[in-house]
Design a binder for this molecule. Structure first.
Ligand code: IPD
Length: 276
């Protein structure tokens, strides 16, 4: 850990803005949420609330931490003058939010280094699930917590005893590859869960509510906060073939099982898309 930074202060800021944003997300949800725009495909939706919450996060962080950088899912990109960059996802799990399903979160992380998962260090993180009020926090070297309870990942005896969370991208070619990879994974594990928020997947792993997690196609804002929560709860988080976690692949879980899942995913070619 880098001693230059007061990680507890960063965490207080992360928690304060995540909770305020979460209150807006929850209380401002209309009965029927409308799609405001689409991104990588017609299934990759943005609601007006995604945009409003990112604006709130941008304004609050600028007040509380002037000079810090910001990278957000809905387009925020400000260079850092202090070394710290906030990586935020205003609503991770937008499709769940659209349908009124509870598995969505506000994800806020303070990182140093490039705001790219291959080069950053995450110092403090808060993932808040407004629908049920759960708030996961972590600081580098300081552990991961859910409402004051220190978190530790499960240690299942084998892959066959493991509940594995995963997620799917929005592009058709990516999805057909992910469906093929699933045919390699599903027969070898206890079961699969697709919860719909990558940040929460990593936090549920930290809390022992799933055993392993993998996904291809994550963006920095999907990954930043959950990565620290999972790591501080004892998970290994990596890509495949010795690479760091990131867009090509993210795999998280306890030591040996993490390695076994990586081997399985490498053999399945899970870090590539099918040829068009
Ligand atoms: C999505 C969620 C989902 C994951 C997708 C992400 P969004 O983020 O994290 O679980 O499978 O890859 O894009 O679009 O809801 O912020």
């Amino acid at each position: 850990m880098d001693d230059t930074w007061d990680v507890d202060e960063l965490l207080e800021v992360a928690r304060a803005v995540a909770l305020e944003a979460g209150e807006l997300v929850r209380s401002g949800r209309p009965d029927r949420v409308e799609v405001a725009a689409t991104k990588s495909s017609a299934q990759d939706v943005v609601t007006e609330m995604d945009v409003a919450v990112e604006r709130l996060l941008r304004e609050r962080l600028a007040l509380l931490r002037p000079g810090d950088g910001l990278l957000g899912e809905e387009g925020s990109s400000t260079a850092s003058a202090t070394g710290v960059t906030w990586v935020v996802d205003p609503i991770d799990g937008t499709v769940n939010y659209l349908y009124g399903l509870p598995s969505y979160s506000v994800s806020v992380a303070a990182v140093v280094g490039e705001p790219d998962p291959s080069a950053w260090t995450v110092l403090a993180a808060c993932v808040h699930a407004p629908a049920d009020g759960r708030t996961y926090t972590a600081t580098a070297g300081g552990g991961a917590y859910l409402e004051g309870r220190r978190l530790t990942v499960n240690q299942p005896a084998s892959l066959l005893d493991s509940l594995v969370a995963t997620g799917f991208g929005y592009r058709v070619d990516r999805r057909s590859g992910q469906a093929r990879v699933l045919t390699h994974v599903l027969p070898r594990v206890r079961d699969i869960r697709r919860l719909g928020s990558a940040a929460l997947d990593l936090c549920e792993l930290a809390a022992g509510r799933v055993d392993l997690y993998y996904e291809r196609g994550l963006s920095p804002w999907d990954l930043a906060a959950g990565l620290l929560v999972a790591t501080e709860a004892g998970a290994r988080v990596s890509g495949l073939r010795g690479l760091p976690p990131g867009a090509a692949m993210t795999v998280a879980g306890p030591g040996e099982l993490h390695a076994e899942l990586c081997t399985l995913l490498e053999a399945a070619g899970a870090d590539t898309d099918p040829a068009q």
